[in-house]
Design a protein around this ligand. Structure first.
Ligand SMILES: [Fe+2]
Ligand SMILES: [Fe+2]
Length: 262
């Protein structure tokens, strides 16, 4: 499969995933609302329309010969919005009002807006990564079976999102002279993101069994996995291009390393 059809494979993956409903055994209530404030913020974070991301992805895809990237990104955003819907439905059933804005969500959107596809994906990876230990902490910290089922599904989806973003990072690095510098800057941004998320969500993360050091080491480990997977995509593309164009490797959903060090 030609690497220019990677977006097509991801489009098909997201179509299939979006066709699968949430399997929640019951619609129960939690016994206390200690996680409510934190969860409301993450629910808001999943709501983004991603207009700039979509526009950048369409332009980047057209420029690099992958006409499907825009459609794959649109479905990815739809999947994130479905996370917001599931969490929102749960919070409303617990009598918790949904947030309309929050400074951290506003800051992330503001940082990403003027960046272009490469930097936007680099920042987005960090936001995707913190979601993994966070939803794991919520799953462990709640007695609601409904919320546990939502978190399990979100964790499954987010693992694929990390792979999707690794494929996108590889495309970005392909056109970059110094990907090592990008990797380093991304690690620094990851550290800053961890500090900000811990500042706001330490109660929820601690309840789920994370110390600050553990949380940061999980996030940096996941970032390393994503970056290694992106480097692997690049190396395979280069090898395939050098041998035979027909053997070029696509960034296949479900292939590569699975990011699950929890
Ligand atoms: Fe999400
Ligand atoms: Fe995600």
């Amino acid at each position: 499969m030609d690497k220019h059809f990677a977006g097509l494979l991801w489009r098909d993956h997201f179509r299939q995933s979006l066709a699968e409903p949430l399997q929640a055994p019951v619609r129960d209530r939690w016994s206390d609302n200690a996680l409510a404030g934190s969860l409301r913020q993450f629910q808001l974070g999943e709501c983004s329309e991603g207009r700039h991301l979509l526009e950048y992805a369409r332009c980047f895809g057209a420029r690099t010969g992958d006409a499907w990237l825009g459609e794959a990104m649109a479905l990815f955003i739809q999947e994130e919005n479905r996370h917001a819907h599931w969490l929102g439905e749960f919070l409303k059933a617990q009598g918790e009002p949904l947030l309309r804005k929050h400074w951290m969500d506003g800051l992330f959107r503001w940082i990403r807006k003027p960046m272009g596809f490469g930097l936007m994906v680099s920042v987005l990876v960090c936001a995707e990564i913190v979601a993994v230990p966070y939803y794991n902490a919520i799953r462990r910290g709640t007695d609601s079976l409904w919320l546990q089922a939502i978190c399990e599904r979100l964790l499954r989806d987010e693992a694929c999102h990390l792979r999707f973003q690794a494929a996108n990072l590889a495309r970005v690095w392909r056109g970059c002279r110094l990907p090592g510098i990008l990797r380093l800057l991304q690690a620094l941004f990851m550290g800053a993101t961890c500090a900000a998320v811990w500042w706001e969500h330490s109660k929820a993360l601690s309840r789920g069994g994370y110390s600050f050091v553990h949380f940061v080491s999980i996030c940096l480990g996941l970032l390393d996995d994503v970056q290694c997977e992106a480097a692997g995509f690049l190396a395979r593309d280069a090898a395939a291009t050098n041998s035979s164009p027909a053997a070029s490797v696509a960034h296949v959903p479900g292939s590569g390393t699975s990011a699950n060090p929890l």
